[in-house]
Design a binder for this molecule. Sequence first.
Ligand SMILES: *Cc1c(COP(=O)(O)O)cnc(C)c1O
Length: 358
Amino acid sequence: MCCKPNYQRVGLLERYKEFLPITDKTPALSLMEGSTPLIPLTKISAKISPNITLYAKFEGMNPTGSFKDRGMVMAIANAVEIGSKAVICASTGNTAASAAAYSARAGLTCGVILPAGEVALGKVSQSMMHGAKVIAIDGNFDDALTIVKEITQKYPITMVNSLNPYRIEGQKTGAFEICDTLGEAPTYHAIPVGNAGNITAYWKGYKEYFEKGIIDRLPKMIGFQAAGSAPIVEGHPILEPNTIATAIRIGNPASWKKAEAARDESMGLIEKVTDEEITEAQKLLASTEGVFCEPASAASVAGVIKKAKEGFFKEKCSIVCILTGHGLKDPQRAMAICDPFINAKNDLDEVAKILNLK
Ligand SMILES: *Cc1c(COP(=O)(O)O)cnc(C)c1O
């Protein structure tokens, strides 16, 4: 008997090189990001509508546990290519974790600016382990981004927030993967919206596949913000954004106009979901589908459930929800929303009783 075929996957810069800004001088940087699973959500779709075939693109399966790796591998490779020695980002946590990991691998110095007290534990620990210089400011994400924008104009340090176009280029590969897996674009693409780089990137990716004739229709982009942090929905910046979904706690998105363009060109929508709806969706995903995502990610599924209840999906359709990050990023939040575990004596009878076996 021979061994099984080797399913070693390749990283994104290799897999989609003809669609990416890669030159002879771009380093072959990779942590084997991308190629994330597209998981059918049969329980949830059965519950909400017979019309819907629902999938989750589980971006929590990327090397640092969020979709940020798609853009970061491209942005860090480019930083190396242009001779940069140091990078910096403002972050609600996942951009920082990803920047720190890819900087470590590429040998760059990495600075991350976080809003103090607003970043989930798992994410901070990643940045620290990967050796980034972690700075927590007494301000929110929008303040952190302002500092980063100004510092990169004054000093020789490269910004790796999604204002860096290489981030968007890398992130658009998520759309390619969905189409490559389904053989077409889904009818709807549901996605959480924070700084709005991801909805921008996915829309760019779908359009590129469409223009090349690889797919023959485009999806409708349906984006969801958290109710306490929904500047695009409200039509003005939110000075003190608030939501338990810390990854989308952003009051003045950098790619605001591009997100609106994605919405309008695709004839989609951007709406809001409450923290309760987000929490309910997060628990439903974990307890009925076996998929543990972080709160911000669940906004996509919460939005689809809400729209299904309103009767929005009238015809047979497919929907892909982007689950942007892994649930283990924010274990404190998970513990807080579940029933407490049971403490028991070291005793078989007592344990059997608690399990209703006796
Ligand atoms: C960054 C992030 C978002 C928001 O993405 P944007 O591109 O800022 O809109 C959503 N969920 C998670 C888990 C994230 O890390």
